[in-house]
Design a protein around this ligand. Structure first.
Ligand SMILES: [Zn+2]
Length: 190
């Protein structure tokens, strides 16, 4: 009787060779964790939204860096590092608005301005209660006014949870914001 207790291998269970499991994509590891553990007993949709809420590493197309960098701040030596609350808000803005929009648009979306510390906000002429100061807003463009108009139409068509969506100066750029709680879907022109 040989090899009675030899460990058996079930290759079909592992999509990757065992020695390469560490290299498995993060999203798949997360999904697998969900399947075997914390999702049990929950309907799939609820589990998914809970997970998206709990993990702050969901951002797919945008980085905190590009949502906080500012040529003006750099030029004037202003520290535009966002506080934790603003970082959290930026994540929510990306996960709920910017990433779904980027996915549907199918091409790069540039961020002209995201988070602004109060000092920077004042310097660039932002309104005193600007949502940029809380990390809830971004000014975005896809390169031209005509393309930005198409982007704006897409935002409406997707019915994204925007608090304010502003066509700035004939769509030279688009201001989008998202906040915790009620997002009013206010479409405006300035
Ligand atoms: Zn703005």
């Amino acid at each position: 009787m040989r090899h009675r207790h030899r460990p058996r291998v079930y290759p079909e269970v592992h999509p990757y060779p065992l020695q390469h499991r560490a290299a498995k994509p993060q999203e798949e590891r997360r999904a697998q964790r969900g399947r075997t553990g914390d999702d049990r007993g929950l309907v799939p949709g609820a589990a998914l939204s809970q997970r998206a809420h709990a993990h702050h590493d969901a951002m797919k197309y945008f980085t905190i860096k590009e949502l906080t960098r500012s040529a003006t701040a750099q030029h004037l030596g202003i520290d535009n590092t966002p506080p934790a609350s603003a970082v959290k808000a930026l994540h929510a803005l990306v996960d709920n608005v910017l990433d779904p929009l980027r996915q549907a648009w199918g091409g790069p979306i540039m961020v002209n301005s995201g988070y602004r510390c109060p000092e920077l906000n004042k310097l660039v002429g932002g309104t005193p209660y600007s949502q940029h100061q809380r990390g809830e807003a971004a000014d975005i463009t896809v390169g031209s006014q005509s393309r930005n108009r198409r982007l704006l139409a897409l935002i409406k068509r997707l019915d994204l949870p925007v608090d304010q969506c502003i066509d700035e100066k004939g769509c030279r750029w688009i201001h989008v914001s998202h906040r915790t709680g009620n997002n009013r879907r206010l479409y405006m022109k300035f």
